[in-house]
Design a protein. Structure first.
Length: 85
């Protein structure tokens, strides 16, 4: 399973979002530190979910980081988040 597919699956399971977009931006970072030759290291995630209502921006980002902890410690070098409720 690709890293992008894993991100999508885990976020869908954890937050049941009404909108979820996972964008692989690795090609924009080719040759930079942390860029993997096979790609799939830099991602942008846009997510909208009721579970984020009442949460601060930092709290919602932390919740996402917890769900993706395994990937962040190995495959993902950079993760840009846009979180809405």
């Amino acid at each position: 399973m690709s890293v992008a597919a894993t991100i999508e699956r885990k976020l869908n399971e954890a937050f049941s979002p009404s909108d979820l977009v996972v964008i692989d931006e690795s090609h924009l970072h080719a040759g930079h530190a942390g860029a993997r030759p096979e790609g799939e290291s830099h991602f942008r995630v846009e997510i909208t979910a009721d579970k984020f209502k009442g949460m601060s921006r930092v709290a919602s980002q932390r919740a996402i980081y917890e769900v993706l902890a395994e990937e962040l410690s190995s495959d993902i070098h950079a993760l840009a988040l846009t979180v809405r409720s």
